[in-house]
Design a protein around this ligand. Structure first.
Ligand SMILES: [Zn+2]
Length: 310
């Protein structure tokens, strides 16, 4: 290990941006990528399945392997805007862990799944039922410890790890958040980042950016509080005490340029940003971070509090 570091003359990165999917580092931690010359990027779910998924076929991809190759290429081009390259861990993202059965993606089951998405508590209870998981998944999700270990091995010597806050409840984001909790329990510095675009589906919370003339119902704050609830004991401070980074106009322009290089994803990302998509002024105005308290023994882990949707 030490000889590879010595032989390549690459300074050891101190901060690692842990990106569940190819685009999350650029979308959520652009200020880190753009300002910190020594930071590293680790993409977790970058593997291709040995089949062509129903979703990729519907989107016209020749195969899921080709689709992931394309996404990896787009990611290299996007990260190049900040002069960065990523380390890809090759684990399977949730859409490739699910059984490749068209019945699961169409008709009544899809309606049921859409309905359950509106009822997160019921949904997490249903997917925990012992007979449901093998019905839905061909490949089990990796354990948080396994992800944490892979990240640490990928960037030896790193001490600060940026992981998703899990706002929006995406299963892969929650897995990387859990890996962050594992790293925090080892005494490493773990920083949560607000997940774009899910976190701004109702716009920014009013304590970050209050648009003029709007009614003062803060649906965004309520959404953030709900998704961060399980981590409140480890956050120590109120959610509003986040570190809000204001991107300069130059940083926003470079970030927009990088995001547009994800050509296969940009339409979806655009649709998920509320109120005017990527073109609105505020889309890339802020990035939001919270530090987990260092070396908190993760007491919520065994009882399953942070294992939301796992
Ligand atoms: Zn993602």
């Amino acid at each position: 290990m030490s000889h590879s570091a010595a032989s390549t003359h690459v300074p050891l990165a101190r901060t690692v941006v842990c990106s569940p999917h190819f685009d999350d580092a650029v979308l959520n931690c652009w200020s880190v990528l753009d300002r910190d010359a020594s930071c590293a990027v680790v993409n977790v779910f970058t593997g291709a399945p040995g089949f062509t998924s129903w979703g990729d076929r519907r989107n016209g991809a020749p195969s899921s392997a080709a689709q992931m190759q394309q996404r990896a290429l787009e990611d290299r081009e996007a990260l190049a805007v900040a002069g960065k390259t990523a380390i890809n861990l090759g684990m399977l993202e949730v859409q490739y862990r699910v059984r490749n059965n068209p019945l699961l993606h169409a008709g009544p089951l899809q309606l049921l799944s859409a309905a359950l998405k509106q009822m997160p508590l019921l949904r997490s209870a249903v997917v925990r039922l012992p007979f449901v998981r093998p019905m839905l998944y061909a490949t089990p999700a990796p354990e948080a410890e396994q992800i944490a270990e892979a990240i640490v091995q990928a960037v030896p010597g790193a001490s600060i790890f940026c992981v998703p806050a899990g706002i929006g409840g995406h299963r892969d984001h929650l897995l990387v958040r859990q890996a962050g909790a594992v790293l925090a329990s080892r005494g490493l510095t773990v920083r949560l980042y607000a997940d774009l675009p899910y976190a701004v589906i109702h716009g920014w919370p009013l304590w970050i950016s209050a648009p003029e003339g709007e009614r003062a119902t803060d649906r965004a704050s309520a959404l953030w509080a709900r998704h961060l609830q399980a981590l409140r004991p480890q956050m120590g401070e109120p959610i509003e005490h986040a570190r809000v980074v204001r991107l300069t106009l130059g940083e926003r322009a470079r970030k927009a340029e990088a995001v547009r290089r994800y050509t296969t994803q940009v339409a979806t990302i655009d649709a998920e940003f509320s109120r005017g998509g990527l073109d609105q002024d505020s889309a890339f105005a802020h990035e939001v971070y919270w530090d987990l308290q260092p070396a908190t023994r993760d007491t919520s882990q065994p009882s399953g509090q942070v294992r939301l949707g796992a």
